[in-house]
Design a protein around this ligand. Structure first.
Ligand SMILES: [Zn+2]
Length: 257
């Protein structure tokens, strides 16, 4: 995913620091739309929120455009201003555009943010449209239907050779390694990182490629293998024509991609 940091989109400094929620308080993922031009700049949205509404910063936690770019708003844990009475529980993601402007790429980016939020929270968050909690048309009929369906997208492809990941605020190298089924040492080596604790938002990291196969050893489970390589049991079952996911045996060679 292409994550554009605040510095990269030219964010203004907030008027004052936002209050912070904890992951334990975060229960809900809210989808919004801007209901304006899909080419509107994130900075213009921030100016509107700060100068017209008098808020301390842009109201959303994240924004997504129709090309599928993700923009850092207030980030994961700052309490935003996007849904009355639910800003502590809710992470707000805004699609930039009008009803019907959303694209497959935009939906994939929103879904990626949802999965990432659940991973960080350590549990599933509820999925809501803004209109579920306030009297509003937001996020538009088309996007709302998709929200109600549970944000379905085609499964993301596993990372391939040369794939990069852009660090966002709050990332750790160990978290990124776990997500992509690799190790801190491998990412550090690929990127010439000397101090694994020093990564910064906006930094692009090369990711190791997924090997083409895995040879089962005693004690392996399909779930464990899927986790290690950043894929799913379903995918491995399909790729390898496995009839019973509980029956794999040492020495068996499994295709991973
Ligand atoms: Zn809204």
């Amino acid at each position: 995913m292409n994550v554009i940091t605040r510095a990269q989109w030219g964010a203004r400094a907030p008027e004052r620091a936002s209050y912070q929620a904890t992951w334990a308080q975060r229960t809900t993922f809210y989808v919004h739309y801007s209901a304006a031009s899909k080419t509107q700049k994130v900075r213009a949205i921030q100016d509107y929120h700060m100068d017209t509404h008098g808020w301390n910063d842009i109201g959303y936690n994240w924004l997504v455009d129709s090309a599928g770019n993700i923009y850092e708003g207030q980030g994961w844990l700052s309490i935003g201003a996007h849904v009355a009475n639910h800003n502590t529980a809710g992470i707000g993601v805004c699609f930039i555009g009008k009803d019907g402007d959303d694209t497959k790429l935009a939906r994939e980016a929103i879904r990626w943010l949802y999965d990432e939020a659940c991973r960080r929270a350590g549990r599933k968050l509820a999925i809501k449209g803004h209109r579920d909690s306030n009297a509003t048309k937001c996020p538009g009929d088309k996007l709302y239907a998709w929200v109600r369906a549970g944000l379905p997208v085609d499964a993301p492809k596993p990372p391939t050779t040369g794939a990069t990941y852009t660090v966002v605020r709050g990332d750790t190298l160990s978290g990124i390694a776990a997500r992509y089924g690799t190790t801190v040492a491998k990412i550090a080596e690929l990127n010439g990182i000397k101090n694994a604790n020093l990564i910064h938002p906006g930094q692009k990291l090369k990711l190791p490629s997924t090997p083409s196969s895995h040879t089962v050893v005693r004690g392996d489970t399909l779930g464990g293998i899927a986790k290690r390589y950043g894929t799913t049991v379903d995918k491995l079952v399909k790729l390898n024509g496995i009839k019973n996911p509980n029956l794999i045996h040492p020495g068996q060679k499994l295709k991973l991609r």
